[in-house]
Ligand binder design. Structure first.
Ligand SMILES: CC(C)(COP(=O)(O)OP(=O)(O)OC[C@H]1O[C@@H](n2cnc3c(N)ncnc32)[C@H](O)[C@@H]1OP(=O)(O)O)[C@@H](O)C(=O)NCCC(=O)NCCS
Length: 185
């Protein structure tokens, strides 16, 4: 079943709770979205609040994917640059698909929707993101057309003795198709 993506959804309590739940479930399933298991909603809430403040200030756009029940199943946050010399590209943060929906092409659809959203932003030419080494996320992003442009060795300390590379990836918006590659069901 396809997810339905909405850019800049109306933000209410249900959406807030849905994102927290998604973030916690993704963390507990081993997803590299800023936390380590076991997820703590009270730790996640301030991070969501930071995104919300940025949304209210017009610096961030929220992309949400909902499943057939209307539950929050995927997110990505598109953050504009405040640096005057870097306004021609944006950051993409907190890319996640709920574990029960992973592995069915929804991640690639989410990235295509993010690229479409970015193309709608005046003057934006590229999307940049970082991901945690050793998770396979770089292979996922590469399958969506992103290229590794840099790597900081051992920059992410998941736990003592488990340092991971911080991988920087870039997607040029022009001349790249945002259409998801069809996959067999
Ligand atoms: C990463 C994530 C968004 C991918 O979503 P998804 O719906 O499972 O991905 P898709 O089904 O669209 O997969 C697209 C392609 O990426 C590959 N892929 C997806 N996740 C992968 C992983 N962890 N490692 C390697 N390849 C992966 C798939 O095999 C597929 O390739 P294929 O078409 O050649 O078979 C999802 O797994 C997720 O939310 N993970 C936890 C959160 C996270 O770590 N996010 C990244 C933050 S940097």
């Amino acid at each position: 079943m396809a997810l339905t993506f909405t850019l800049d959804p109306a933000f209410d309590r249900a959406l807030h709770d849905g994102i927290i739940e998604l973030w916690a479930d993704v963390t507990d399933a081993g997803g590299a979205v800023g936390f380590v298991p076991p997820a703590d909603a009270e730790e996640i809430r301030p991070e969501l609040l930071k995104h919300l403040v940025s949304i209210v200030e017009g610096r961030t756009r929220l992309l949400v994917g909902r499943d057939e029940d209307g539950s929050v199943a995927a997110t990505a946050f598109l953050a504009l640059n405040s640096h005057r010399l870097m306004t021609h590209w944006i950051w993409l943060y907190t890319v996640m698909v709920h574990p029960r929906h992973q592995g069915r092409g929804h991640g690639r659809e989410l990235m295509a929707a993010a690229a479409d959203a970015a193309r709608g932003l005046a003057g934006v030419e590229a999307i940049r993101l970082t991901c945690r080494g050793g998770t396979g996320a770089d292979r996922f992003y590469a399958s969506c057309g992103y290229k590794e442009v840099g790597r900081v060795p051992g920059a992410i300390r998941v736990t003592d003795g488990d340092d991971r590379d911080d991988i920087i990836m870039l997607f040029p918006l022009h001349g790249q198709s945002s259409a998801p590659v069809p996959r067999p069901c």
